[in-house]
Every structure is written in structure tokens, then in C-alpha cells.
Design a protein around this ligand. Structure first.
Ligand code: SAM
Length: 311
């Protein structure tokens, strides 16, 4: 079975079985789409055998998956060339002494990080090399976080691993096969309206509402996935439901209230326990509740009819 290659905030390894329990049975699924892909835990562990699409708004993440699909051997040979993160910077490469801002570069990790940031600085870059750098940084950075500053530069500090494995050879080979024939997009989640067809399953795992609390749900800024975005996703889910598409959404509990009024239309909201591994304020390592919304258990259109394929 293929495994996710990257560590990703909000990754769904912990509650994978509870999520897939809410999916329709295998023989009912005609195609699979995952518009908020991240580390793709559900796709790799459960849904890679269907035709379909994956998508994420993160450009360098999506470049990585395209390279995994189309150029696994070249990616692996690039990965072999990396030195340990705490090694000295390579004197034959740019940024061996200082970064773009003139700050001292002390180790190989920070040199690779500076080289990885060529794309947001409008400098020439090689897509295969960038994909290799992304995996290297993901496996050696602090906590496996992916975070960019306002200029789009990846800015996570080095982690402290005794034996980091950035090559991930078997995972890359298996993931490459799993992605064969899958269309890969780098856009807003709404693309899926043009791709999902009757009988397909769309699994959505959007970023968490930052408040995680219904009482402060309305407080959002334009650069986070706040209430307005969640409502846009809800409206898309209703549209897909009307067209006979299965939809499953996992998110923070406050999101449940957006779907509860649509119970009659076939949307069911359940709450499950999840252990959240990465949380930006650092105190979120305990048990938290997660909501799973699905229309797959009883798929009805809003005029009250149950489409034939649902049986
Ligand atoms: C919670 S993570 C998905 C984690 C994934 N399920 C896993 O197993 O690793 C949410 C993802 O949504 C992406 N994202 C944020 N806004 C988006 C948008 N408007 N359209 C598509 N993707 C978006 C983020 O880049 C992030 O990778």
C-alpha cells in the first residue's frame, strides 16, 4: 500500500479509518477527487485506485507531486546528492556564506532553504531540483511544518533529527505508480465542480477554522480559511450533492453547524476524536474533536429523490 511521502499539518493519518468509514462502499465509487491534498493520507492509503483528480493551492507542493508522478528516477538521484542538514554549506553553490538579506548561512539546511526560495524571488529554478529540496526540507525542518512568510518564502528553521531520512525511495516509487493517470491541479478547490461526475467521491479536508470555536467563528481574515471560505465549500458540497456526487468533509467541530440545516438533504454530521500533531499555537497536542460531514450514507437530491446509483 502506498504511504504519504510528506509530513503535513492537518494530515489525516490519525483518523483515517474513521474518515473512510463514512465513504460509500468501493463498488459505488466511480472516481475520486481530493481538492485539499496536502500530504494526501487518504488518497495514498485508500483511494489511489480510482481515476480522478487531486489539487492543492500550494504551488511548490503540487510541483512536487507532478515530479513524483512523472520523474521519480530523476527525483531520487537528486535526493541522493544532499548532505546532512548540519553539514557545512556547499562552497560550490550559491548562498554558501550569506542569504539574500546578507545574514550568515551556518549550515547546509539553511543553504538548501535559501536555494528552495528561488521561485518566490522570481529567480530561475529547476522543477525537479525544487521538488527534491521540498522533500529534503520537509524531512529535516522543525516539526515537519510548512510555513511561508508574506513574500512566499519557506521560513521554517532546521529541526533536530539524529537520523533524518529524506530519500524515501520506496514511498516515492509507490506514490509515483499511485499517481499515474491522476490529473493534478494547482488552483482553488472550486475547480472540482467542473471535474466531479455522478457517482464520484469528493473528499475535502480544508484548513481548520483558526478559532476552532463556534463562538468566534465569524472572526477571520482574508488570508485564512475562515467562515466565508467554509460557506463557499458548503455551497459547492450542496451543488455536488444535487448532481449525485458523494461528498465527505473533515474539519473542526464548528464547521458542523454549517451542514446541520441540510440534514434533510442527506448531509450527516458526526464528531470523532483526533489527536492533532501540529498546532500553530503549540498547545494543541491533546485529544480534539473533529467533525466528519458526509452525504454518502444516504444520498438524496434537494428535491427529495434518491438517485438510482445510490443503491
Ligand atoms: C488540512 S490540509 C490537508 C491535509 C491532508 N488531508 C493530509 O492528509 O495531509 C489543507 C490543505 O488545503 C490547502 N488549501 C488551502 N486553501 C485552499 C484552497 N482555497 N483551495 C485548495 N487548497 C487549499 C492547503 O495548502 C493545505 O495543503
Amino acid at each position: 500500500m502506498p504511504e504519504p511521502i510528506l509530513k503535513w499539518a492537518g494530515g489525516k493519518r490519525q483518523i483515517l479509518s474513521q474518515i473512510v468509514d463514512h465513504f460509500p462502499s468501493d463498488e459505488k465509487i466511480m472516481g475520486y477527487h481530493e481538492p485539499f491534498f496536502g500530504g494526501g493520507a487518504v488518497f495514498f492509503r485508500r483511494c489511489h485506485s480510482y481515476d480522478g483528480t487531486i489539487n492543492d493551492i500550494n504551488t511548490r507542493l503540487i510541483n512536487f507531486y507532478k515530479i513524483v508522478r512523472d520523474h521519480p528516477n530523476e527525483l531520487l538521484s537528486q535526493l541522493e546528492k544532499f548532505d546532512r542538514p548540519d553539514a557545512d554549506p556547499d562552497p560550490d553553490r550559491r548562498f554558501d556564506k550569506t542569504n539574500r538579506k546578507g545574514k550568515e548561512i551556518k549550515s547546509n539546511y539553511y543553504q538548501v532553504r535559501e536555494l528552495f526560495n528561488r521561485r518566490p524571488n522570481d529567480e530561475e529554478f529547476d522543477e525537479i531540483e525544487e521538488a527534491a529540496q521540498l522533500l529534503y526540507l520537509n524531512r529535516t525542518c522543525y516539526n515537519g511544518l510548512y510555513r511561508e512568510n508574506l513574500s512566499g518564502e519557506f521560513n521554517v528553521p532546521s529541526g533536530n533529527y539524529s537520523n533524518p531520512d529524506w530519500e524515501q525511495r520506496s514511498r516515492i516509487r509507490e506514490a509515483s505508480e499511485a499517481l499515474e493517470g491522476v490529473e493534478i491541479f494547482n488552483t482553488d478547490f472550486s475547480y472540482v465542480a467542473d471535474h466531479a461526475e455522478e457517482g464520484d467521491l469528493v473528499y475535502c479536508d480544508p484548513p481548520y477554522d483558526p478559532s476552532g470555536d463556534a463562538s468566534t467563528f465569524a472572526e477571520y481574515s482574508s488570508d485564512v480559511f475562515g467562515k466565508e471560505e467554509q460557506e463557499r465549500l458548503r455551497d459547492l458540497a450542496l451543488e455536488l450533492n444535487d448532481r449525485g456526487v458523494y461528498v465527505v468533509i473533515s474539519n473542526a467541530p464548528s464547521v458542523g453547524e454549517l451542514y446541520e440545516p441540510f440534514n434533510e438533504d442527506g448531509f450527516h454530521v458526526s464528531r470523532v476524536g483526533a489527536r492533532r500533531a501540529i498546532n500553530s499555537n503549540g498547545d494543541g497536542r491533546g485529544e480534539v474533536k473533529e467533525v466528519i460531514v458526509t452525504n454518502a450514507e444516504e444520498l438524496r437530491t434537494r428535491d427529495g429523490t434518491i438517485p438510482e446509483f445510490a443503491f
